[in-house]
Every structure is written in C-alpha cells, then in structure tokens.
Design a protein. Structure first.
Length: 77
C-alpha cells in the first residue's frame, strides 16, 4: 500500500510529462510522423493516469497524521 504523498508525487510527475508533451506537440512538431508519435505518447500518459486512478480508487491509504483517506480524496489537495 502506498502512502498519500507517493501517490500524489507519481500523479504530479505524470501530469508534468503530459504538459511537456502537449507543449511539444503545439510548438515543436515539424512532420506528420512526429505528430502521430507524440500523440501516441500523450495518449499513453493519459491512459496511465486513468489506470492509476482506477487501481487506487477504492484503496485506502494512511497519511502522515495517522488518518486513513481514500486516494481519490487526495486528488484535490
């Protein structure tokens, strides 16, 4: 079972990768093949976030203060 900080850190890092990939698609792609490749990478990262959310949706985790919270409760803060 992962602690809440680990789950949030993983999500945060994936979201940063998504933002970087979107920026690359908008400003750095110069061919159709590179666009398709980058779109595939973006899709994979977004799917990874969904899989993590699905797998941890019902899993309870304990934070540093001894409170048990659902992983989905931690998404907003």
């Amino acid at each position: 079972m992962m602690d809440i900080d680990t789950v949030n850190r993983i999500r945060s890092e994936i979201k940063k990768l998504i933002d970087t990939k979107v920026e690359h698609i908008v400003h750095g792609v110069d061919s159709y093949e590179k666009l398709q490749y980058s779109r595939g990478q973006l899709s994979s990262l977004e799917e990874l976030l969904q899989v993590i959310k699905y797998l941890l949706k019902k899993e309870d985790i304990e934070d540093d203060f001894g409170k048990t919270r659902r992983v989905s409760d931690s998404e907003n803060g």
